[in-house]
Design a protein around this ligand. Structure first.
Ligand SMILES: C[S@@+](CC[C@H](N)C(=O)[O-])C[C@H]1O[C@@H](n2cnc3c(N)ncnc32)[C@H](O)[C@@H]1O
Length: 226
């Protein structure tokens, strides 16, 4: 699967560590950052300008953004275009699963400064936010999307079974996990996990996932019931 990013900071997209790094090495995933500055205007490769109507900060001009998207799509047709903005739809595991189906891949457009000229919205198939807070740029949101999506690409995770049960898989948070030792500073691993009885382990995990979700994220539970 391919990830292309239009950005003012291409150096933020290498190198990757861990499973994503291995996936890039093995050719399962390709990440390419395209410097927006290369489509900048005039001698100084200008990409931003002051907002009409006044106000603080600078706004990304539409011409370099349109030229960048058109050029990347010419070389890599069929990419799903995602504009990263705090005003977009909030990223969830359900949206991540949808993005992982988009082949050949994604074209992520990262903003900076005070964001995009409004006309750049026409470039996007989808507008995404990674949460209700404002970052200085779209590079970290792009990396969040890349990592969340890439780990769903077949072959990227060493143990794909771990995807089935993790948080949000069935709209529940994951059950508590334990490893050795069986007792640590007086805190014991719950007995069902040590029982060797698979049915008992499954029942305990389901009950814990429900309890944990009810305590921490009742909104998820309400959605499951609806
Ligand atoms: C400082 S922000 C601009 C915010 C904009 N003035 C607003 O209020 O909506 C600069 C860029 O960072 C990125 N960004 C910041 N927070 C984000 C978030 N929560 N999700 C996705 N992208 C974000 C976007 O690409 C945005 O264009």
């Amino acid at each position: 699967m391919e990830f292309h990013v239009i950005t003012l900071f291409p150096e933020m997209f290498r190198p990757f560590a861990g499973p994503l790094g291995r996936a890039v090495e093995q050719g399962l995933v390709r990440v390419e950052a395209h410097p927006l500055r290369q489509w900048g205007l005039g001698r100084y490769r200008q990409v931003d300008d002051a907002p009409y109507g006044g106000g603080r900060g600078m706004v990304l001009r539409p011409e370099p953004l349109f030229a960048a998207v058109e050029s990347v799509l010419e070389q890599h047709p069929g990419l799903w275009r995602v504009l990263l903005t705090p005003q977009g739809e909030r990223l969830t595991q359900r949206l991540v699963r949808g993005l992982a189906e988009r082949r050949p891949g994604l074209l992520l457009i990262a903003g900076r400064y005070e964001g995009f000229d409004e006309r750049a919205r026409a470039l996007a198939d989808q507008e995404l936010s990674i949460g209700d807070y404002v970052l200085a740029g779209g590079e970290l949101p792009a990396l969040v999307v890349i990592e969340a999506v890439a780990r769903l690409v077949p072959g990227v995770l060493g143990n794909p079974g771990s995807l089935d049960e993790e948080s949000f898989g069935d709209s529940l948070l994951e059950y508590p996990q334990y490893t050795r030792p069986a007792e640590f500073r007086g805190l014991r691993v719950p007995a069902p996990l040590l029982s060797g009885n698979h049915a008992a382990v499954r029942a305990w995990r389901r009950e814990q996932a429900l309890k944990r979700t009810a305590a921490r994220r009742p909104d998820l539970l309400a959605r499951t019931k609806a």
